[in-house]
Design a binder for this molecule. Structure first.
Ligand code: BES
Ligand code: ZN
Ligand code: ZN
Length: 499
């Protein structure tokens, strides 16, 4: 996708430059270009036809003054306000306009995007990531494909800085973008096509590609291991459940293992506590946690951090039939804790409970679970913030830093001892799976905390952020692939508590 070059060849068909807002002053390459164009740029800027405002993309046609056919000028705003996130968004806009104009190759004068704070490596990462995020298209099943006829083929990065380092940063950015897109594709897939078995096969293929150890537990294995949460949710289904486990060992010894556990409900009808007809549409996305974990593992496969990771994905659909679980049932989870089912629609926490226990079984010492878990988190935080909870502020801080760096914000909700009492309030069992509407995002977190059993744990509720109704410079409406990047960035930088 990218090649790096040190000298700008002014004969390229399409050239891209960044323009900062600084009292209409040009500098460096821009001045050279302005000269070649006999002052056209400074003139158009004065007139306001070329805007250096952040996110404004202007086009210029040299028409014979140079052999370049067209020049794209990307407004970058004020230098001081030019963050990594801003850069990624601007590249997103830029690539979207190139794609729309069916421009397949272009040269980007990368040094025109640099500031004191933003070095070429950050710019390269932002560019690599944005290229894939911004041009992603939902894979659909239309006879007439809506894929672009002419997708972007190659970007030439022009910079005087070290080209090997630039290439490496571009590669990492591309891995982050592609991993996120893979998560998006999984989430967008309909439940009849992406069954638990299909998800397991996808995970097996990913493992083969990157050399992960892969274990898929079948229903009989779950019975042997006593995974009562998984089995209860799957009980009404015609599709077999799968507990998907991927292991990546980046250190000499299997220690300081990070457990990533993602909810993989391929369709959530709600079960006997059935969802209303409006609330059921869209429930193919209830494996968004699983997709984020698999997207992160793809990034891990590409970037190969020195970490140990066990990814666990409990997967099934949540259906109704003569054999389905019912409200009032009591089940025994793999941990041994008994659970009274008060609401069959609170199924995510049941499969995650066994997922967390199984991750610990595989040596996970810290746990991050991720799930489209509650409508409550959407009411509380809306669709821009992932809800998060923890039993360990140190680990939380590490996940938070990754989320901030990746532009995937999260907001912490508290879990108090009184909340713990509510999930433990059952005449019949150790826990109940639905203590009521009040603070129900917190109730789900409190329930899961029981299964971390004292291990440092962070819970991410992405019910509001896994999908979006509106397109943006970094992707279309539909699945966002949220948290694939945050998880990958978290594991890359993870420092164990005791080190
Ligand atoms: N999969 C849903 C949560 C959800 C809602 C995800 C909206 C995405 C968009 C989850 O399994 C669920 O149904 N949760 C219930 C929990 C309640 C029964 C305690 C909810 O949030 O209403
Ligand atoms: Zn549900
Ligand atoms: Zn669900």
């Amino acid at each position: 996708m990218f090649q790096v070059q040190s000298l700008l060849n002014w004969n390229e068909d399409t050239i891209v430059l960044g323009v900062f807002q600084k009292n209409n002053q040009l500098g460096g390459l821009l001045s050279i270009l302005d000269e070649k164009l006999e002052g056209q740029i400074s003139e158009l800027m004065k007139e306001g036809d070329i805007s250096p405002k952040r996110g404004e993309i202007s086009k210029l046609y040299p028409l014979g003054k140079m052999s370049t056919k067209r020049i794209y000028l990307a407004g970058l705003g004020k230098e001081k306000e030019f963050t990594f996130e801003a850069a990624r968004e601007i590249f997103g806009k830029l690539f979207q306009s190139l794609q729309k104009a069916r421009i397949q190759t272009a040269a980007v004068a990368a040094d025109t995007f640099l500031t004191e704070e933003m070095d070429i490596l950050e710019i390269s990462h932002a560019m690599g990531e944005a290229l894939h995020l911004s041009t992603y298209q939902v894979q659909n099943y239309k006879h007439k494909s809506n894929e672009p006829e002419k997708p972007i083929q190659q970007m030439t990065i022009i910079s005087e800085k070290d080209s090997a380092e630039i290439q490496a940063a571009l590669n990492v950015g591309e891995a982050y973008g592609k991993g996120t897109n893979s998560a998006r594709t999984l989430v967008n897939m309909p439940g009849n096509i992406l069954t638990a078995s299909e998800l397991a096969e996808y995970a097996a293929r990913l493992s083969e590609k990157y050399g992960f150890e892969c274990e898929i537990l079948e229903k009989e294995d779950m019975e042997k291991l006593g995974m009562g949460g998984m089995l209860a949710v799957n009980q009404g289904s015609a599709e077999p459940p799968k507990m998907i486990v991927l292991k990546y060992q980046g250190r000499e010894n299997w220690e300081d293992v990070i457990g990533l556990v993602g909810k993989g409900i391929t369709f959530d009808t709600g079960g006997y506590s059935i969802k209303p007809k409006d609330g059921i549409v869209g429930m193919k996305t209830d494996m968004g946690g699983a997709a984020a974990v698999l997207g992160a593992m793809e990034i891990v496969g590409e970037t190969k951090p020195e970490q140990n990771i066990v990814a666990v994905i409990p997967s099934t659909d949540n259906m109704i039939s003569g054999s389905a679980m019912k409200p009032d049932d009591v089940i025994i989870s793999m941990s041994g804790k008994t659970i009274e089912i008060l609401n069959t629609d609170a199924e995510g926490r049941l499969v995650l409970a066994d997922g967390l226990t199984y991750a610990k079984h595989h040596g996970a010492e810290v746990l991050v679970d991720i799930a489209t878990l509650t409508g409550g988190v959407i009411v509380a935080l809306g669709t821009e913030m992932t809800g998060s909870m923890t039993n360990n502020e140190g680990l939380y801080k590490q996940v938070l830093e990754a989320s901030e760096e990746c532009g995937e914000p999260m907001w912490q909700l508290p879990i108090t001892e009184k909340d713990m009492k509510r999930v433990r309030n059952s005449q019949m069992a150790d826990l109940n799976n639905s203590p009521g509407r009040e603070g129900h995002a917190i109730m789900a977190g409190a329930f899961l905390r029981e299964f971390a059993e004292g291990s440092p744990w962070v819970h991410l509720d992405i019910a509001g952020t896994a999908t979006t109704k509106k397109a943006s410079p970094l992707g279309p409406s539909g699945a966002t692939g949220v948290m694939a990047r945050t998880l990958a960035s978290f594991v890359e930088r993870f420092v164990p508590e005791n080190s």
